[in-house]
Design a protein. Structure first.
Length: 131
């Protein structure tokens, strides 16, 4: 790939059943959101650059899933997010299951932007609304 070619969009897996959270993730990633894939069930389709795990509901079940899946995704960054009132309790369990970090829901957009910058990407530009 030449330096004039754009870098491939990161492949982001999102474990949630909440479509509003998907919208927040896509807004945080801006134009890079093209590769956000909802993960429903136990199987992953290929390798991801980032896995986002919603701990707002069914946290124990999702962390057990992460403990099973993390070894199949070497090098992937895993960010768990959930209620700020539960982060102190969830963080050690999430880390033990394979999470890179845990953040409160309110910090998710900022965390996604930081993650993109760490990959050499520019801060995300908002996606244009389609009529």
């Amino acid at each position: 790939m030449s330096s004039s070619e754009p870098a491939a969009s990161p492949r982001v897996g999102l474990v949630t059943k909440d479509l509003m959270i998907r919208s927040r993730v896509e807004a945080g990633l801006g134009e890079m959101a093209a590769r956000v894939e909802m993960i429903l069930g136990d199987r992953l389709t290929g390798a991801f650059d980032l896995l986002l795990l919603d701990l707002n509901r069914d946290a124990a079940e999702r962390l057990a899933w992460l403990a099973r899946v993390a070894p199949t995704q070497p090098g992937v960054e895993v960010i768990c997010f959930g209620p700020h009132t539960e982060m102190a309790e969830l963080n050690p369990t999430a880390r033990a299951a394979g999470a890179s970090r845990c953040v409160a829901n309110s910090h998710l957009p900022e965390t996604l932007q930081r993650w993109l910058r760490s990959r050499g990407g520019a801060p995300p530009r908002p996606r244009r609304a389609t009529a």
